[in-house]
Design a protein around this ligand. Structure first.
Ligand code: NDP
Length: 399
């Protein structure tokens, strides 16, 4: 019987625990550990019939992690805490000889900057210990790269143009809320945008390139070019790519709130002192915003995330579009979650399942596009995120 330790009891952690509990033949025993144990208990007690252990852990603290891992002895850790904890959890996995998976790349707390270099630097150490670390196995990053690997394997000789298009056409009924951790989300959106073209990164002011993109069963939605971490690994692993961009939709109400918050300094990560206490305005803002895990119950509408690809097959130009649409209410029915937590947690569970079964097991540090896409693509529909594709048709937006 293999055991899994899940760290982080937020919106995504809730989904990962529930999905793992649906596959007891693989995840023989589950422990959910997080900073606030009562949140772990609330999730565990709400899953009928499942035997889920819970624990308190500060994942910034390697010795604490090591002693928890030694006492539970899991086969692997699924890290769905925050990107700040990636390196400490990887260190603890190395020390205890346990495999690792996460859904977002490392970010230092004091600089709003994310890149893979810090985690790729663990490559040799994981290899030497015969351990595997699978990085960014949510939807985007995660399933988006598996879509590209599937396209490369089954549809193209060379991929030239890639646009990852991410739409949330849902309504949670709140004036302003973020769909995943507010601090991480706002850091991502307020930093300069970046995309890859002809071997170089092109930096643009935040949210400065935008246009309506037509999403399946949703229609046109204003979409903005952002920097997103999977672009870094995709252009490295598919060097024929000439241009790679990431687009995300934002409603006008969201942008108006964010602009005001930025203008008054509430999105700053530089700590200030108030009544003798040092706090970053963005951390304070996070504390007053709704938790992502709390948005699910009344969420309506759906998400649509896909990859639009142009390249060459048998000497001819070819276009290809692959995507998933996920209704927030279906996510709530399955996991008491909203669609963004759900689309992140389901691929994390399936990535972990394939590692536990030895299907995706090789020592080293990998991004998801480096795995064989077939076992993932053949199972992900069954677990809640079926994909659709259109081959050789006009792409939903022009190039
Ligand atoms: P939440 O804020 O809802 O949850 C984060 C959880 O981590 C909380 O329970 C929090 O504890 C816990 N945590 C924070 N710091 C520590 C610590 N030092 N030790 C132990 N536990 C800690 O965020 P989400 O669930 O929305 O996001 C989780 C992860 O998923 C993030 O890394 C996010 O970037 C990633 N993500 C990835 C996506 C993808 O498609 N790849 C999409 C969406 C999110 P507490 O409850 O006490 O605050």
């Amino acid at each position: 019987m293999k055991k899994v330790l899940i760290i982080g009891a937020g919106g995504v952690g809730n989904v990962v625990v529930r999905k793992c509990a649906q596959v007891p033949e693989v995840f023989g025993q589950i422990m959910l550990a997080s900073r606030t144990k009562s949140k772990c208990d609330a999730i565990a007690n709400d899953i009928p019939g499942a035997n889920i252990l819970t624990a308190q852990v500060d994942a910034d603290n390697v010795p604490e992690l090591v002693s928890l891992i030694k006492s539970f002895q899991p086969y692997m850790v699924i890290n769905v805490a925050l990107p700040y904890q990636d390196l400490t959890i990887m260190d603890a996995c190395l020390e205890t000889g346990v495999h690792y998976l996460d859904t977002a790349n490392y970010e230092p707390k004091d600089v709003a900057k994310f890149e893979y270099s810090w985690q790729w630097a663990y490559q040799e150490r994981f290899k030497e210990k015969g351990l595997m670390a699978l990085l960014g196995c949510g939807f985007d990053p995660g399933q988006s790269q598996i879509y590209v690997a599937h396209a490369a394997k089954h549809h193209f000789d060379e991929i030239h143009y890639l646009d990852i298009v991410d739409c949330n056409a849902g309504d949670h009924g709140q004036a302003f809320a973020t769909n995943f951790n507010p601090e991480i989300n706002i850091r991502e959106i307020t930093q300069p945008g970046r995309y890859y073209e002809n071997g170089e990164w092109v930096e643009i002011p935040a949210m400065s390139i935008h246009k309506p993109i037509d999403y399946p069963r949703i229609g046109p939605k204003e979409s903005y070019v952002l920097y997103h971490e999977e672009l870094e690994s995709l252009v490295k692993n598919f060097p024929t790519i000439k241009r790679a961009r990431f687009w995300m939709t934002f409603g006008q109400q969201y942008i108006t709130h964010l602009t005001v918050l930025q203008n008054v300094g509430m999105t700053s990560i530089k700590p200030i002192k108030i009544q003798g206490v040092e706090i970053a305005p963005l951390e304070f803002l996070k504390a007053v915003l709704p938790e992502p895990g709390s948005l699910g119950e009344n969420y309506t509408g759906e998400t649509s995330i896909g990859c639009q690809i142009k390249g060459i097959k048998d000497g001819k130009d070819k276009t290809y579009f692959i995507w998933n649409n996920c209704k927030h209410q279906d996510a709530y029915k399955d996991c008491k979650a909203q669609g963004v937590s759900y689309t992140t947690g389901v691929p994390a569970m399936l990535g972990a399942k394939l590692m536990m079964e030895g299907v995706w097991m090789k020592p080293g540090v990998y991004n998801t596009e480096e795995m064989d896409p077939d076992p993932f693509m053949s199972q992900i529909g069954k677990y809640g995120l079926p994909w659709e594709e259109s081959v050789g048709l006009e792409l939903p937006h022009e190039y």
